[in-house]
Design a protein around this ligand. Structure first.
Ligand SMILES: *Cc1c(COP(=O)(O)O)cnc(C)c1O
Length: 363
């Protein structure tokens, strides 16, 4: 076997590391913000029936434009959208990659507000797009002013706003998104991507940026079925935007990128969206339990509108991470000094995490 260094790899990929949250088999896995509840059995049965039907035609390519799925997603978003406003791909990571393929590339620049989702920088690298990380304010908050100044200074072609933000959980106000759109319109006429991977977990304080779409043809709102929908293994992400933006993404996708099985499974899940989302309230409750429990332990949880909590106040996060793992609880060290991130699980998993952490810190 050759070494990576022996291969004629693109220069800008030399020395890079692939995305790599550890995939360990443990009793309590709370490290990648999945919905840890299994999907309801009646939905599973319906999905299996749809997959069985799809396999009968599997000798044919699937609907390249996945119209039925786009219609179902438009209906789910319930915001005066039609199939023409919707795009989808194998996870919202692929949706983001399509965005970079269409609107990024050599000589172009993307801007994110860190710490934020690590895939933004990785997808930018893969698409040979410059990536600039502008630091968030105290406690990872953002203001319209901060966003405006950064955009006027950096002149990006793509602005990435994660709402609520991963890995910090921070909500984002609609005025921040309006400010980003206005500023980027002044400097480059670039696009604004709002990543709403965790939107279903947000409280009543913030509403989706989908309400801002009318009149903003360069605003793209990315969503996923991986988190609230408990559908991470199916790989379905989607996007709402002006039909012209969707046409741009159709230029770069590979033909038939959504398999017949993926389309059938996603349609099955969407046909039962209320049942699929029934665990969301409990997950939010467990998240709030985590916040309270962490404060009781003298730790410093950050404001979260998501299904996870970032918390500080740890002297040695690596040691705590390992000690939790030794007790069968997997959380995430995202590399922010003094912190760890934990996903809200079932009631039992959340209890196991809080109990294990209490024991670890007592030692
Ligand atoms: C989990 C996550 C995604 C979703 O990725 P998929 O490819 O849809 O599974 C997107 N954005 C953020 C910020 C995430 O945390």
């Amino acid at each position: 076997m050759a070494n990576l260094e022996d291969l004629p790899l693109r220069n800008d990929l030399k020395g890079r590391k692939p995305y790599g949250a550890p995939q360990l088999h443990v009793p309590v896995a709370l490290n990648v913000n999945e919905n840890t509840h299994r999907i309801p059995e009646d939905v599973a049965v319906d999905i299996i029936a749809r997959l069985a039907k799809a396999v009968l035609d599997i000798n044919r390519y699937p609907d390249r434009e996945f119209i039925e799925l786009r219609e179902a997603l438009a209906k789910y978003l319930d915001a005066d959208l039609t199939a023409d406003n919707i795009w989808a791909a194998n996870g919202s990571n692929e949706v983001l990659q399509h965005i970079f393929q269409a609107f990024g590339g050599p000589g172009r620049k993307a801007l994110g507000f860190g710490p934020t989702y690590s895939m933004y920088a990785l997808i930018a690298q893969g698409m040979a797009t410059d990536y600039v990380d502008v630091a968030r304010l105290d406690r990872y908050e953002l203001t319209p002013e901060r966003i405006r100044v950064a955009i006027l200074e950096q002149k990006p072609n793509i602005v990435l706003l994660c709402s609520p933000n991963n890995p910090t959980g921070t909500p984002l106000s609609l005025s921040c998104i309006e400010a980003a759109y206005e500023a980027v319109s002044e400097v480059t006429g670039g696009i604004v991507v709002v990543d709403e991977a965790y939107a279903e977990f947000a409280g009543d304080t913030e509403i989706s940026a989908i309400s801002l779409l009318p009149g903003r043809e360069r605003l793209l709102i990315s969503r996923t079925m991986s988190k609230a929908f408990a559908f991470a293994g199916a790989r379905v992400g989607y996007l709402a935007a002006d039909p012209a933006a969707i046409d741009a993404l159709r230029l770069v996708r590979l033909p038939y990128h959504l398999s017949a099985f993926t389309q059938a499974a996603a349609l099955g899940a969407l046909a039962h969206s209320a049942t699929m989302l029934a665990t969301v309230d409990d997950i939010r409750y467990q998240r709030d339990r985590i916040v309270v429990g962490l404060k009781e332990l003298g730790l410093d949880p950050f404001r979260s509108d998501s299904n996870f909590v970032l918390f500080g106040g740890l002297q040695d996060p690596d040691a705590v991470w390992q000690a939790l793992l030794d007790k069968g609880v997997l959380v995430r060290n995202v590399g922010i000094p003094g912190t760890l991130r934990v996903s809200a699980g079932t009631e039992a998993e959340t209890t196991a995490f809080l109990q294990a952490l209490r024991e670890v810190l007592a030692n």
